[in-house]
Design a protein around this ligand. Structure first.
Ligand code: ADP
Ligand code: MG
Length: 354
C-alpha cells in the first residue's frame, strides 16, 4: 500500500466506517465512565440514539442491580494492565434497553491510554436468541427424559405386578411339588395343571410387556395395519364397535408412526377403562404437512382438567408425545357428551429433522 495516500484523515474515516458498519455494539467510555463513542449497532441494540447517550454515564445501559459492581469491575480491569479480555466469564452479563428491557450479552472490554486518560472500549452483542435456543433445547431434553422415565416406570410396574408375582407363586408351587411328590401324587398332578396355566399366562404377559416397550407390530406390518390391529383387538376385548377412517396407504415414518400408534393405543385404553361407550371412531388423516388423528367415543365423558389423578399419565403422556414433535393434543369432553381426543402433528418428510 503506498503510504503517501494514507493520511490521518483517511485513517479516521476508515475507522469510523468500520465502527458504523460493525454488527456488534462498540462503546467507548472516558476515565469517568462517560460515553464518548457509541456506534450504530449500539443504537440498534440499546434503542437509545447517540445524542441521548453521548457524555452520559455508562450505567444507563446496565440493569440497576449491576451498576455498582460494573463500575468496580472496570476500575479493577484498568489496574490489571491487561489490554483486553472477555467480560462475564463467571456469570452472564446483561444490558438494559431504552424501554427498560434486559437482555443477555456477550462482551469484551479493552483499554488504551490516551492523552485524556484511560479509555475503555466494550464490544458487545445481544445473545437473547442464542440463550433462548439454549433454554428451549434444555426444556426439550427434560421433557423427552421425563417421557422415557414414565415409560420405564410403567414397564417396571408391570414387571413387578405381573411377572414377579407369578414367579413367586410358581416357586411356592414348585416347593409344594417337591415336598409332596411321593406322599400325595394326586394333589401334585392338580398343582401341576395350575402351574401350567400360570406359565401360559406369564408367557402372554411377557409378550405383552415386550410389545408395549416397542410396538413390534409397527415394525412388522407398518402403521395402518398396526392401527387396524389395535382397533380389532379393542373390539374383541370390549365388544364395543370401533370404526377406523383412514387412508389405506397412509404411511408415516419415525418418529411419527410410533407417536400415532401410542396415542391411538392410549386413547382406546381410556375408552375401554372409563367411557362406557357403545361406539368409537378412530380417524387418521394427513393434509399436506399436518397429520390429524381423532379418537371419538359416545361414552359418559368427563370434565377435562378437573379429574387428573396423581400418577395418571395417559392424557399427559399423549400431550407430551405430541409436543415433542411440535404438535398438540386437545381433549373435548363433558359429562354425558362423550369424549374426543384430537392430536395435530406437523409432519416433516424423511431426512429433515423434526
Ligand atoms: N374416553 C374417556 N371417557 C371418559 N373419561 C375419560 C376418558 N379418557 C380419560 N378420561 C378421564 O380422564 C382421566 C385421566 O385419564 P388418564 O390420564 O389416561 O389416566 P388414567 O387412565 O390412568 O386414569 C381418567 O381417569 C378419566 O377420568
Ligand atoms: Mg389412561
Amino acid at each position: 500500500m503506498p503510504t503517501s495516500s494514507y493520511t490521518p484523515e483517511l485513517a479516521a474515516a476508515r475507522l469510523s466506517g468500520l465502527l458504523e458498519s460493525a454488527m456488534d455494539a462498540i462503546i467507548t467510555v472516558d476515565p469517568q465512565q462517560k460515553i464518548v463513542l457509541y456506534n450504530r449497532a449500539a443504537e440498534r441494540i440499546f434503542g437509545w440514539p447517540l445524542a441521548k447517550v453521548k457524555g452520559e454515564p455508562l450505567t444507563m445501559l446496565l440493569p440497576e442491580r449491576f451498576q455498582a459492581s460494573h463500575a468496580q469491575h472496570v476500575t479493577q480491569f484498568g489496574e490489571t494492565g491487561v489490554t483486553s479480555r472477555r467480560m462475564g466469564t463467571s456469570e452472564v452479563v446483561y444490558g438494559k434497553r431504552a424501554n427498560g428491557e434486559e437482555f443477555p450479552v456477550d462482551a469484551s472490554i479493552s483499554q488504551v491510554d490516551s492523552p485524556e486518560g484511560k479509555l475503555f472500549t466494550v464490544i458487545l452483542r445481544d445473545v437473547t436468541e442464542r440463550v433462548r435456543a439454549h433454554e428451549d433445547l434444555a426444556a426439550f431434553a427434560t421433557q423427552a427424559n421425563a417421557l422415557r422415565e414414565q415409560e420405564k416406570s410403567r414397564v417396571a410396574r408391570e414387571l413387578h405386578d405381573e411377572l414377579a408375582q407369578s414367579l413367586t407363586a410358581l416357586k411356592m408351587d414348585t416347593i409344594f411339588v417337591r415336598d409332596n411328590l411321593r406322599a400325595d401324587p394326586q394333589r401334585v398332578a392338580a398343582k401341576l395343571e395350575d402351574m401350567l396355566a400360570m406359565l401360559d399366562a406369564s408367557v402372554a404377559a411377557t409378550r405383552r410387556i415386550a410389545a408395549d416397550l416397542r410396538p413390534l407390530l409397527l415394525d412388522d406390518l407398518g402403521l395402518m395395519p398396526a392401527i387396524e390391529w389395535l382397533v380389532q383387538n379393542f373390539t374383541q376385548r370390549t365388544g364395543v364397535a370401533c370404526e377406523l377412517l383412514a387412508d389405506e396407504d397412509l404411511e408415516l415414518h419415525e418418529p411419527y408412526a410410533t407417536a400415532v400408534f401410542r396415542i391411538v393405543q392410549e386413547s382406546l385404553v381410556n375408552v375401554a377403562k372409563h367411557s362406557h361407550a357403545t361406539r368409537v371412531e378412530v380417524s387418521i388423516a394427513r393434509d399436506g404437512a399436518e397429520m390429524t388423528l381423532k379418537v371419538q367415543d359416545n361414552g359418559v365423558g368427563f370434565l377435562p382438567g378437573t379429574t387428573r389423578k396423581p400418577g395418571s399419565l395417559g392424557l399427559v403422556g399423549m400431550s407430551e408425545r405430541a409436543q415433542l414433535l411440535k404438535g398438540r393434543v386437545s381433549v373435548d369432553s363433558a359429562p354425558g357428551r362423550g369424549t374426543t381426543v384430537q392430536a395435530s402433528i406437523p409432519v416433516q418428510d424423511e431426512g429433515s429433522p423434526p
